[in-house]
Ligand binder design. Structure first.
Ligand code: ZN
Length: 189
């Protein structure tokens, strides 16, 4: 048998075992195709591993913009690495360029590339900021992520409205409170 087919078989079997452990019958109608669907879904949730998200930022523009550039409310979906439960929300990414500026859609792709992995929100935040700092070399970067964690909503503490906020700042944003205030007021407006 082809090696890939063997691999798929091994994994779908494991998912069948998990279904049994939870107390259901993997051979009943609605669940027969589920192990294969779960396998495909996991490959989609984690397709960020197939790319280096930093590369999206390599295409830069030579526009002279001195002030803050903010892309807010970038939607993302990620997977908590501790429970394999989704967490999702929005990222706000701001930077003050030195020379290089990138397209707004590229920043959304960076967020997506790091979100589609097994993640924790803190690391997602710092990875986005580090990519901005490394490739665009701005005067400063400010990233805020606000997310809901299904593992907090549906199990354990069951706090369904809890919103987790994480931030990462660098450069002039660390040094100058008025720039942080500008960023925060733009996010709220
Ligand atoms: Zn979790």
């Amino acid at each position: 048998m082809n090696e890939n087919i063997m691999e798929v078989h091994r994994i779908t079997n494991a998912i069948r075992e998990l279904i049994k452990l939870c107390g259901d019958d993997p051979d009943r109608d609605g669940l027969q195709e589920t192990p294969f669907r779960v396998l495909k879904a996991f490959l989609e949730y984690t397709e960020g591993y197939q790319e280096d998200p930093r590369l999206h930022l390599e295409k830069t523009f030579d526009i002279h913009q001195k002030g803050l550039i903010l892309i807010k409310d970038i939607e993302f979906y990620s997977m908590c690495e501790h429970h394999f439960a989704p967490f999702y929300g929005v990222a706000h990414v701001g930077y003050i360029p030195r020379e290089k500026i990138t397209g707004l859609s590229k920043i959304a792709r960076v967020v997506d590339g790091y979100a589609k992995r097994f993640q924790v929100q803190e690391r997602l935040t710092t990875q986005i900021a580090a990519a901005m700092d490394e490739i665009l070399e701005p005067k400063g970067t400010f990233v805020i992520i606000e997310a809901k964690h299904m593992c907090m909503c549906s199990r354990g503490a069951k706090k369904s409205d809890a919103l987790t906020t994480t931030t990462s700042i660098s450069g002039v944003f660390e040094e100058r409170a008025e720039l942080r205030a500008e960023f925060l007021s733009l996010i709220k407006s």
